[in-house]
Design a binder for this molecule. Structure first.
Ligand SMILES: Cc1cc2nc3c(=O)[nH]c(=O)nc-3n(C[C@H](O)[C@H](O)[C@H](O)COP(=O)(O)OP(=O)(O)OC[C@H]3O[C@@H](n4cnc5c(N)ncnc54)[C@H](O)[C@@H]3O)c2cc1C
Length: 581
């Protein structure tokens, strides 16, 4: 049996930030600027400013609304084609109106945002209603420098496992050091949950997103919203999982038929569910595998990989992506290059519900970035990245900016937290329980069993009550396995045991919400309810844990305050869903 006689540490701060990703760093810096007197502490599972965060791994492309971009037109377009009438239009407008401010803060903090020689923002000009701009991948190192100057403290290699509560208020967290097992208690007047989304460890580059903070918030009683939109698929190369962004126009079936004609004949700003369902149908019809061959449409697409990644002067991003593509040998103009392309499951469960100031349903807890991207409601019936590349980085930054003022004010006026030592003791015992097992199940096998009912298109692209039921039953089995997995005395694997529980609970949120929405809308396609039903379902599905059970409720959208009326995109419901039957 492993030695469980671990050290203990207690840390206190006015503002405790869980997760040192882009959202975590921006809110840390902003809170210090708004009120330098507040002590701010970042807790990071990996190394703050370096690993863990997705911003370092990404393409660095961000969505910006410049002055010349018409927010009203964008909102109308977004509602019809992306949000499908489920978007919070007021928050959507607020986000649009904050993107230029975001660029200003980033540049002020030393981030290299690409600009043209005349000083204007470098943007991809091919998109009609919004701008795609970019920064380089050293962004977190720049933000960390500023945070250090401001006196923000950080604790690394610490996996936060549970939130501490005082009634309905969140007053801290507990976790452990993934290198030596040290038990850490964190006390705070205000807590920011910026631990990221859940992607269920299916695709390598997204595997840092294991839903830790979402599941901890779920266990603490926080409300979740839009969990049914946790099902993003990228187009990816079989083998190295490189994303083939924009490649929907370059896909052929085994009979050499160009399949975009059937599944995405219109201009698509990003991967839509139609092409994912279509690829699966071709394979089911015996016309697989699907392969990639460049077409003019592909080249003319603003998201085509060459333009998207290499256009701007960003030395770090260039090095990162070139290395990835070198593995494939000849990404370029060789039209005989025909690799197999698959629907690559990403996931992106991000359901923690927040208001427009990023306050959760639990007092004292703000939620930002990938943790609340669906839960905040602005995106509507589409999983992240909302069919707008660049919205991940932008939302992480903008949500941090939108939340920082109310957070700083609250922390300045809040009473000292009262820690329930019994709760700490209970959490501590449960946290180390797997280490006490000499024998048990292999946690990696349990994770694989969970992935089997999440990633295949028949579970996450086309859903039905029957298959959602199968998924929920498997999730339940996996949740029971949580009490039997053993880390074999390894602190890192202890972390994986907690990841298993967190990912299973995120799956429970996802499938419970998906079962409740008995219609099809945007990226939520139910074979048993193929029509969009505005009369019944222009509502958000909310789920929360009550007495150990997932309880579903609905909240009507305040659409009487919205400027864009609900418009049904006929192609989507009458043509696309027909085509894949
Ligand atoms: C390969 C790739 C390419 C991408 N490209 C783009 C792009 O070009 N444009 C775009 O807009 N978006 C892109 N994205 C998405 C974008 O990177 C994210 O939306 C954004 O970075 C999210 O930031 P965040 O701070 O909310 O979350 P994260 O970056 O996920 O940060 C969360 C942090 O919390 C830490 N953490 C997690 N659990 C715990 C715990 N239990 N205890 C303590 N700490 C914890 C993590 O280690 C991490 O550092 C890409 C993502 C990937 C993976």
């Amino acid at each position: 049996m492993a030695n469980l006689d671990t050290n203990s540490e207690v840390h206190s701060a006015d503002v405790l930030i869980l997760g040192a990703g882009l959202a975590g760093y921006i809110v840390a810096n902003r809170v210090k600027e708004l009120n330098p007197e507040l002590s701010v502490l970042l807790v990071e599972k990996s190394t703050a400013g370096w690993s863990g965060s997705k911003a370092n791994k990404g393409a660095g492309v961000m969505w910006v609304m410049e002055e010349k971009d018409d927010v009203g037109k964008f909102r109308d377009y977004y509602s019809a084609h992306h949000g499908h009438g489920l978007e919070d239009q007021e928050l959507l407008e607020k986000v649009c109106g904050t993107t230029l401010e975001m660029v200003g803060h980033l540049e002020r903090w030393g981030v290299n945002v690409a600009r043209e020689a005349d000083g204007s923002l470098a943007r991809s000009n091919l998109l009609p209603l919004w701008a795609l701009c970019a920064f380089d991948l050293d962004i977190l190192m720049k933000l960390r420098k500023v945070a250090t100057k401001y006196g923000v403290k950080s604790v690394d290699k610490t996996q936060v496992v549970e939130l501490l509560t005082q009634g309905n208020r969140v007053v801290g967290a507990v976790g452990f050091d993934i290198t030596d097992g040290t038990f850490r208690t964190f006390k705070a007047k205000a807590v920011v949950n910026a631990t990221g989304s859940c992607c269920w460890m299916v695709s390598n580059m997204w595997s840092s997103a294991r839903g830790d903070g979402i599941a901890a918030a779920w266990r603490a009683g926080a409300k979740m919203r839009n969990g049914e939109f946790s099902n993003f698929y990228n187009l990816g190369l079989r083998g190295n999982q490189a994303a083939m962004v924009g490649s929907q126009y370059a896909l052929y079936n085994a009979d050499n038929e160009w399949i975009a004609k059937r599944y995405c004949p219109d201009f698509e700003t990003d991967v839509d569910l139609g092409i994912i369902l279509g690829m699966e149908k071709e394979v089911r019809d015996g016309k697989g595998p699907i392969s990639f061959e460049e077409t003019e449409l592909f080249y003319n697409n603003p998201l085509a990989v060459g333009d998207f990644l290499f256009r701007w002067n960003r030395p770090n991003a260039k090095k990162f992506w070139q290395r990835l593509w070198e593995g494939e040998g000849k990404y370029n103009s060789d039209r005989s290059w025909r690799p197999e392309v698959i629907p690559m499951f990403i996931g992106e469960c991000s359901p923690v519900m927040t208001d427009h100031d990023m306050r959760s349903s639990l007092e004292g807890m703000w939620v930002l970035g990938d943790t609340n991207r669906s839960g905040a409601g602005w995106a509507g019936a589409v999983p992240p990245p909302s069919r707008i590349r660049g919205s991940g980085l932008t939302w992480a930054s903008v949500s941090a900016l939108l939340g920082s003022k109310s957070l700083a004010d609250y922390a300045a006026g809040a009473s000292d937290p009262v820690i329930d030592e019994d709760q700490v003791a209970r959490f501590r015992e449960a946290l180390y329980a797997p280490m006490g097992r000499d024998r048990g199940l292999d946690v990696r096998e349990s994770i694989f069993r969970l992935q089997e009912v999440i990633s295949p298109p028949r579970y996450s692209a086309r859903k039905s009550a029957g298959r959602i039921g199968e998924s929920l039953a498997r999730v339940d089995e996996v949740l029971h396995e949580v009490d039997e997995v053993t880390p074999g005395g390894d602190w890192h694997v202890l972390g994986l045991c907690h990841d298993l529980k967190n990912m299973a609970q995120c799956a429970e949120i996802y499938f419970t919400s998906a079962l409740a929405r008995t219609e099809s809308r945007g990226w939520h396609y139910r074979e048993d309810f193929p029509q969009r039903d505005d009369a019944t379902w222009r509502k958000w599905v909310d789920v929360e844990l009550r007495d150990g059970k997932a309880v579903v409720s609905t909240t009507p959208l305040p659409f009487e305050r919205f400027k864009t009326p609900a418009v049904v995109d006929p192609w989507f419901y009458e043509t696309m869903y027909e085509a894949i039957r």
